[in-house]
Design a binder for this molecule. Structure first.
Ligand code: SF4
Length: 264
């Protein structure tokens, strides 16, 4: 892994659509690319992690002119990837967000987020969503071996929630034919660990990602190759029938385990 220190011209981006999934108004990414290397993610193709050294200074200037709203921290790349342990860019961005009275929604898989509980507890409207594809350590080891295990991530959820942070689980990306059998276990575990909501989104296979992912399937789940070809055909997402079927299953599991199926 290579690290490159860069300076940017601007740091915050306005979301121009109605973000009903994450409820964000802006996005910010302290790092470009991600060293966690999850195999379903297109943030991993470039082995260089770009560290935005002037992120905090820029945010301080940019927030002064913006209408208050919710900032998605780590919209594309994990803001608590390994580099953050030393660089503390995310930590300083959160302090700036707090200073300017904005709210935030952090998306991560890392327990490093717990380091910043002192700041998170003081950001009004702060939310943290922890992504999980399954409760199975075996599946996690195949696709995301460098992030904390599912058990550890559930503990992060519980700890954040106990500290009064609105916390949920994102079943993202939902891997067709691989995780459906464990969805009930996942929703049940999320509820038990005090997650307040479940979000989900199916796996998207855009451009080179499709070939890359199909190679993993050939190696680890050869019997699914044909089913994926059929499900995705020439599209980057599964067919509508599959998407609405999964939504129905998750909605009913959320009712069963008394957990919201969206952020409210
Ligand atoms: S942690 Fe998130 S951003 Fe990083 S590689 Fe995994 S899916 Fe991609």
């Amino acid at each position: 892994m290579n690290y490159k220190y860069i300076t940017c011209d601007h740091i915050i981006n306005k979301i121009t659509w109605n973000d009903t999934l994450f409820l964000g108004n802006y996005t910010i990414d302290p790092y470009q690319n991600c060293e966690f290397g999850c195999k379903y993610c297109d943030s991993t193709y470039d082995p260089t992690i770009y560290i935005k050294t002037n992120a905090c200074e820029l945010l301080n200037k940019e927030l002064a002119d913006l209408e208050k709203g919710c900032i998605i921290v780590g919209s594309v790349h994990d803001p608590y990837q390994k580099a953050e342990e030393k660089q503390k860019i995310t930590r300083n961005l959160l302090k700036t967000i707090q200073k300017h009275g904005f709210s935030c929604h952090i998306l991560t898989k890392s327990n490093l987020v717990l380091r910043d509980l002192d700041i998170l507890s003081n950001i009004s409207g702060c939310m943290v969503t922890i992504s999980m594809i399954s409760t199975s350590g075996n599946i996690s080891n195949i696709f995301e071996e460098q992030v904390p295990s599912p058990k550890e991530r559930l503990k992060i959820v519980e700890k954040l929630s106990q500290h009064g942070i609105k916390t949920g689980v994102a079943v993202m990306p939902l891997l067709p034919f691989i995780v459906e059998g464990q969805l009930e276990q996942l929703i049940k575990a999320a509820s038990k660990h005090k997650a307040q909501y479940i979000l989900h989104k199916h796996l998207e296979l855009k451009g080179d990602q499709k070939k890359f992912f199909m190679d993993i399937l050939k190696e680890s789940f050869p019997s699914l190759v044909e089913k994926y070809e059929e499900l995705y055909q020439d599209n980057y997402m599964p067919n509508d029938e599959y998407i609405s079927g999964i939504k129905d299953i998750l909605d009913s599991l959320c009712v069963k385990y008394n957990i919201k199926n969206m952020i409210t």
